[in-house]
Design a protein around this ligand. Structure first.
Ligand SMILES: Cc1cc2nc3c(=O)[nH]c(=O)nc-3n(C[C@H](O)[C@H](O)[C@H](O)COP(=O)(O)OP(=O)(O)OC[C@H]3O[C@@H](n4cnc5c(N)ncnc54)[C@H](O)[C@@H]3O)c2cc1C
Length: 447
């Protein structure tokens, strides 16, 4: 396909956000009689699902301590539920299993889920939690658990399949998707500095509006737009914290135990909910019994035929290399720097065995193929959805985002002038204004 000289909307990135925005924008333009999908062009330097969306574990949950995140996720789950087949979505539910230090916060999540009509069950107390878990998996053996939040909606989806499903929907509405086109800069015009053209390695595309959904590459595009490298954050007490780096990278640790996914069926023979366990119980090696950690730790896992086993992950780690020097490419499993190693396999497989007897002595089946990938996080590890340079809409999900398939629908509405209440808490101005989201006790930067 030839590069068009101009188009109304250029969307950069063919991951979940770029494609969801393109698809929903096409629908909205048509519904309002203001255009069609032919007004929307998606460009990607590699291909569809070539970024984080194509390697994501695919977990879809509502479980967030921040009210604004929960409300937004409830909307996103509703979008997943609209077409489970096209999105390769498995609505098996999700369980947050926690120790005493998290019980109160998890209780808050449950109350607020009730308030927004998101179905879940809260079980409290050690004995009750154990009984609840054993009713699902008779080999459950994790100790020190005092609450279980069982979300009845959500679950997981198959990463590349769902993104291809979105691409097909967008194309069926007339959206063009051009792969192998790398954005290298922007032409800016007038006093406002609005973008008048997207510069690529195949020429410049004139445009009215730009949408950025480039996942872990967001810092590169941010720098091309000459946006600030640091921000000032107003703390809860009004103190200003200057010079906070806008972007920081974290490395996501995930892998697959190459057992038959059917091994993880429930007592009733059904496919189980996604399990997320956080605990302060000591974790011992399933190989030699040595202590791996006695600090708060967490894992998540689910049986997944797409990955060919029981797939999941553990806490990510912050990459200490200065953000300007981090190599995002080659990305994901191709990266020489950010794939998981033996240490992760040992910890994660031992953690699976900590949870359920059926995973004991299974570490030999861990798939030794490269896995994991990096994410680009904002200063508070929550998304920024906002307009910059007048006509550039940035979707920077701070690595929360595969599950956020519904964000594109809200962004499409904002592009057409309809402000979204759900996106409002994620504006860039929250840093300067001190409108920060509450932080949780979870060992994960994204809960
Ligand atoms: C290992 C891992 C597991 C994860 N698991 C989950 C999970 O279970 N649940 C969940 O909700 N989230 C998960 N995430 C986070 C989630 O994957 C991301 O937040 C989300 O996929 C980001 O989507 P995106 O559309 O913004 O970007 P991406 O999917 O990364 O797509 C960006 C696209 O932009 C293209 N691009 C980049 N730069 C340019 C350029 N200059 N010109 C043209 N194109 C460009 C890339 O080629 C890429 O295709 C996980 C992330 C990782 C790394």
């Amino acid at each position: 396909m030839a590069l068009p000289a101009g188009v109304r909307y250029v969307v950069i990135g063919a991951g979940v956000h770029g494609l969801s925005t393109a698809y929903h924008l096409a629908l909205a333009l048509k519904a309002k009689g203001r255009g069609t999908g032919a007004d929307v062009l998606v460009v990607d330097k590699a291909g569809i699902a070539a970024g984080a969306s194509g390697i994501a574990c695919g977990v879809i949950r509502n479980n967030y301590y921040q009210p604004a995140m929960r409300e937004l996720m409830a909307h996103c789950v509703e979008v997943w539920e609209r077409d489970p087949e096209a999105y390769s979505y498995h609505p098996v539910g999700y369980m947050q299993i926690s120790p005493e230090c998290m019980r109160e916060q998890v209780g808050t999540i449950y109350e607020q889920q009730r308030a927004i009509g998101y179905e879940s069950v809260l079980v409290e107390g050690a004995a009750r939690s154990e009984r609840y878990m054993k009713d699902i998996f008779d080999d459950w053996q994790a100790q020190g658990i005092t609450s279980v939040l069982h979300e009845k909606r959500g679950g997981y989806a198959n990463n590349t399949r769902s993104i291809y499903g979105l691409a097909a929907k967008a194309e069926s509405e007339g959206v063009r998707i051009l792969t192998g086109v790398r954005v290298t800069g922007f032409e800016r015009g007038g006093n406002s500095g609005a973008v008048t053209g997207v510069v690529t390695d195949r020429g410049t595309i004139g445009c009215e509006q730009v949408v950025i959904g480039v996942g872990p590459w967001v810092k590169q595009i941010w720098d091309m737009l000459e946006l600030p490298k640091t921000v000032t954050i107003s703390g809860a007490d009004g103190t200003l914290h200057d010079g906070i780096p806008m972007w920081v990278y974290w490395s996501l640790q995930e892998g697959t135990l190459g057992v038959d996914p059917d091994l993880q069926r429930t007592n009733a023979g059904a496919m189980p909910p996604v399990i997320h366990l956080d605990t302060d119980a000591p974790l011992h090696s399933d190989v030699d019994g040595s202590l791996i950690t006695d600090q708060l730790w967490g894992i998540y896992y689910k049986p997944d035929f797409h990955f060919g086993g029981v797939q999941g992950g553990a806490m990510p780690y912050r990459i200490e290399t200065p953000p300007d020097e981090v190599h995002v490419d080659p990305y994901g499993p191709e990266s020489p720097d950010f794939i998981v190693g033996d240490q992760f396999a040992h910890m994660w497989c031992s953690a699976l065995a900590h949870c359920q007897k059926r995973f004991m002595s299974q570490i030999g089946k861990y798939k030794k193929e490269p896995s994991g990938g990096i994410g680009c996080f904002t200063p508070d590890s929550f998304p920024v959805f906002d307009r910059f340079c007048e006509n550039v809409y940035l979707i920077a999900d701070s690595n929360h985002g595969y599950k956020m398939i519904g964000v594109g629908e809200l962004v499409a509405k904002e592009l057409l002038g309809e402000a979204s209440r759900l996106l409002e808490p994620f504006r860039f101005s929250r840093y300067a204004e001190g409108r920060l989201h509450p932080t949780s006790n979870s060992p994960f930067p994204w809960s």
